[in-house]
Design a protein around this ligand. Structure first.
Ligand code: ARG
Ligand code: ZN
Length: 853
């Protein structure tokens, strides 16, 4: 059954209070739920409670057992006469058999929950929708030896021991919340504790709960939590509101983490870190995700979503908040570059393909399929654009108004934009198209110089058709731009913000002392594709002189992209301009190493493919490898100098040390491109000699793409050294799945039979299958074996875990972008998936949408 945004109806019954009494056991957990229900208005409809996978053992109304309840599908329907009642239900569930990892499930000896979006109904009967907010009291009973720690949302109120080795704990959460924020954890856990004093002077007890042996790896996450709490007070005026804040790390988790009120549950990969096992990227991601989930306490928990079509209300805003936090912790320029790279790698292709949807979708079959880069990352860009249009002070006033007005309620995206309009004194009527129109807008920009120091800038916008949206209206695109002198590289104008809100616009510039070069969409002020035919020399000039670091990076990327597209289209290209521009960046002593490391990176194969009408993965691979080799050879002394100059001492996680490692490892890869044998020797020495995973994994990646004997040796050493560490073994799998070698597809098929491979663990499944499917050349192997492999894995995983299976499928939907031979193989695999008996609606929806024309 398709759910439609337009069909929203407010709930028939409110549930102000819910008491849960949960008697835990992996095979047989008993859940008693007591709901106080109040008829919302003068209707005569029965109470309808969502359920999934269980049956009611008993139902009572106001203390009396009834038998006129019925099941409609899985919905429990209870006829009620009055306007206020107490309903009690009892069910039995089996967490150890829950392979979907939604609801209550077992993970490595723990029992834990994941309820967003619709997992709570797998635990008990309840109106499982985000606009029904209840105050929860939870009593947990369990075997004390096996589950010494019992956690739930809110603050603990009582606990005690029972006979026969069991014990109990009671928790109360005073803040009304929707069921998707419910959480419970039981297990043998140890805590890294700290405290935080809020701005108004309240003490909050913080704890990160992990297995005892992982305690030494929790310091970074705890630091990040404290930094995030202080940042949200300083930047958004948001204070924490309970006496306790708990985080638990679990090994089996479908997503990154979950913002359950007062009890965040994390995929352990976003908590555990030490220099020997986690890379700088892991450290960054941990801080970002810890902050993200913490920020949800206000943007998500205190103010939640009215319905799931509003998901971007909390996710887009919270991603924007975590991006801003991370930007403030290190290099803001590098953070912006990374965020744009993620957007281009994950969201632009989604917006250009069969699964395109607006940040506020209109319909879905399975909401789990809409936890997408569009809702999250494009959603964040939409908030960022409003912040740009309003300016910092008005934006802060608008978020204050939003939190104030909607505290304790379930709101909509329109409510949020209303606050932006009111506090900002701006009209965002047309801007709201960002919420309803899918597709990445394209801007064509042309700058024509005229005699007498005059230049005319012509801007034209076009929003491409997307499934279900053939025709689009012109949107509001905030474009920051500035002109630079082609001879001197000096700025000729100030930076200005142009709101392109019509199909075309012309802007005149006067008094220009030299020929102008256009710098546009500076800091990536709008999430659009800019087409502006600028000569290689002009791009090189911007890459050397632009004062906006993002624009400088962007000019470099555009220059490389133009070079690569020419190479793919004509079979060969002149690399000289790109080489000289990279040389200039490497020789610029004023630049921070972290920035250089980003600026000299080649665009990814998939981003190159996005510029072409028909993607030929082999040709793209070859063009990119050729440019990489030429850059390596032409600039070898500079790469070797960068490698030598950026050697760090002992591992330190600071922005400066991180930047040095980044540049050094990029240099290592260019050295290996110039000199495969010497590069492999250097990489192997680094692999063996380093004290940290950043350098070890980078060396392994360089080796894994080559043909040296050191490759096998390094993979073996790595495997043996970390065979008891699941998170590092994931890297061992993904490094091989991402290898640029010719035989990667075959190697990956073999790795799927490795004793350490399992689809039951989502991290492991993503490490091998997910990584392989984004390895363009390997996945698109002309034999079609890559497509067959992915389909086999999706079909197998769907039987265990439909949500994670569905999230692996999208690369098969890109068949329109490749040649007819490949397209046919891809469609055949999608059809095979659709024809599989017993398919989940998660995978069915993704596969059928991927096939649709
Ligand atoms: N709200 C969580 C977060 O972004 C993610 C929950 C994912 N749930 C899902 N059904 N995909 O922090
Ligand atoms: Zn989130």
């Amino acid at each position: 059954a398709v759910t439609r945004r337009e069909a929203y109806q407010p709930p028939d019954w409110h549930v102000p209070e819910l008491a849960l009494d949960i008697d835990l056991d992996p095979a047989e957990t008993r859940v008693r739920a007591t709901l106080s229900v109040i008829r919302a208005d003068a209707h005569d409809r029965p109470l309808r409670l969502d359920g999934a996978g269980q049956v009611p053992l008993s139902v009572t109304v106001d203390g009396v057992a009834i038998n006129d309840w019925r099941l409609e599908g899985e919905t429990l329907v209870v006829p009620l006469d009055g306007s206020a009642h107490t309903i009690e239900t009892e069910v039995v569930i089996a967490p150890e058999r829950n392979t979907q990892l939604m609801g209550l499930y077992a993970s490595g000896g723990l029992l834990c929950t994941q309820c967003e979006a619709e997992g709570f109904r797998r635990i008990t009967y309840f109106p499982d929708r985000p606009d029904v907010l209840a105050r929860y009291t939870v009593r947990i009973t369990a075997d004390k030896a096996r589950y010494p720690v019992l956690l739930a949302n809110g603050d603990p109120i009582a606990s005690g021991d029972l006979e026969d080795g069991r014990h109990w704990a009671e928790w109360h959460d005073p803040f009304p919340k929707p069921s998707y924020l419910f959480a419970l954890v039981a297990g043998d856990l140890a805590a890294n504790r700290a405290s935080f004093t809020t701005i108004s002077g309240r003490e909050v007890a913080l704890a990160i709960w992990v297995r005892e042996r992982d305690l030494p790896k929790t310091g970074h996450a705890l630091d990040a939590l404290q930094a995030a709490m202080a940042w949200d007070e300083a930047v958004y005026g948001r204070e924490y509101d309970l006496g306790m804040f708990n985080i638990v790390a679990v090994d089996d988790f479908n997503f990154g983490a979950m913002e359950n009120k007062g009890l965040n549950i994390f995929n352990s990969r976003y908590i555990l870190a030490d220099p020997d096992t986690a890379t700088d990227q892991d450290y960054d991601a941990i801080a970002g995700v810890v902050a993200h989930e913490y920020f949800h306490n206000w943007s998500g928990d205190r103010v939640t979503c009215r319905d799931w079509f509003q998901l971007s209300l909390k996710e887009g805003f919270t991603v924007y908040r975590d991006q801003s936090f991370s930007a403030d912790q290190g290099s803001a320029a590098v953070k912006r570059i990374e965020d744009v790279r993620v957007l281009r790698a994950a969201q632009f292709p989604e917006d250009a393909g069969p699964l395109a949807h607006p940040i506020r979708p209109d319909s879905y079959l399975e909401i789990a399929n809409f936890y997408t880069a569009t809702i999250y990352n494009k959603g964040a860009e939409v908030i960022r654009m409003m912040a740009t249009i309003l300016g910092p002070e008005a934006f802060r006033a608008a978020t204050d108004l939003y939190f104030d007005r909607f505290d304790g309620t379930a709101a909509t995206c329109d409510d949020f934009v209303d606050c932006m309009e009111e506090a900002g004194g701006v009209d965002l009527t047309q801007f709201r198209l960002w919420y309803s129109q899918a597709g990445t807008p394209r801007v064509v920009a042309g700058l024509a110089g005229q005699p007498g120091g005059r230049a005319m800038l012509t801007l034209a916008q076009h929003v491409p058709a997307t499934p279900g949206q053939p025709a689009k209206q012109a949107m509001v695109l905030p474009l920051k731009l500035r002109l630079f002198g082609a001879d001197t590289g000096r700025p000729l104008t100030d930076e200005r913000l142009v709101l392109l809100d019509s199909p075309t616009k012309e802007i005149a510039f006067d008094g220009l002392a030299e020929r102008p070069v256009l710098s546009i969409n500076r800091s990536f002020s709008a999430p659009v594709i800019v087409e502006s035919a600028r000569a290689a020399a002009d791009l090189a000039l911007l890459s050397a002189h632009d004062d906006d670091p993002f624009a400088r990076y962007e000019a470099m990327q555009q220059l490389m992209l133009d070079t690569l597209v020419a190479a793919v289209t004509h079979g060969r290209a002149d690399h000289a301009a790109a080489v000289e521009a990279v040389r200039h960046i490497l020789e610029d002593a004023t630049l921070e190493p972290a920035f250089i490391g980003e600026a000299v990176l080649l665009p990814s194969e998939s981003f190159i493919g996005d510029q072409l009408a028909v993607v030929d993965p082999e040709a793209i691979f070859r063009a990119r490898a050729a440019l990489r080799r030429d850059l390596g050879i032409a600039l070898e002394p500079l790469w070797r100098a960068a490698y030598a100059d950026n050697a760090a001492g002992h591992y330190e996680y600071t922005p400066a040390a991180k930047g040095c490692r980044r540049l050094r490892n990029v240099a290592l890869d260019y050295i290996a491109a110039a000199d495969p044998q010497g590069g492999a020797a250097l990489a192997f020495a680094q692999f063996e000699g380093t004290d940290n995973m950043t350098d070890r994994q980078a060396a392994l990646t360089t080796l894994a793409g080559g043909t040296s004997d050191a490759r096998i040796a390094a993979l073996d050493i790595f495997y043996n050294r970390y065979s008891d560490n699941a998170l590092v073994l994931d890297k061992w799998f993904s490094t091989q799945a991402l290898s640029t070698r010719d035989d990667t597809a075959q190697m990956v098929e073999e790795l799927a039979h490795h004793p350490d491979f399992t689809l039951a663990n989502p991290n492991r499944a993503r490490a091998l299958v997910g990584a392989f499917a984004v390895n363009q050349r390997a996945f698109h192997h002309p034999s079609g074996r890559g497509y067959r492999f992915l389909a086999d894995q999706v079909i197998a995983l769907d039987k265990l875990n439909p949500q994670t299976a569905a999230r692996l499928l999208p690369p098969l939907g890109r068949w329109r972008r490749v040649d007819e031979h490949r397209a046919q193989s891809m469609r055949a695999e999608l059809e095979r998936i659709v024809a599989t008996p017993g398919l989940s609606k998660d995978v069915l929806e993704q596969a059928t949408r991927s096939l649709d024309d």
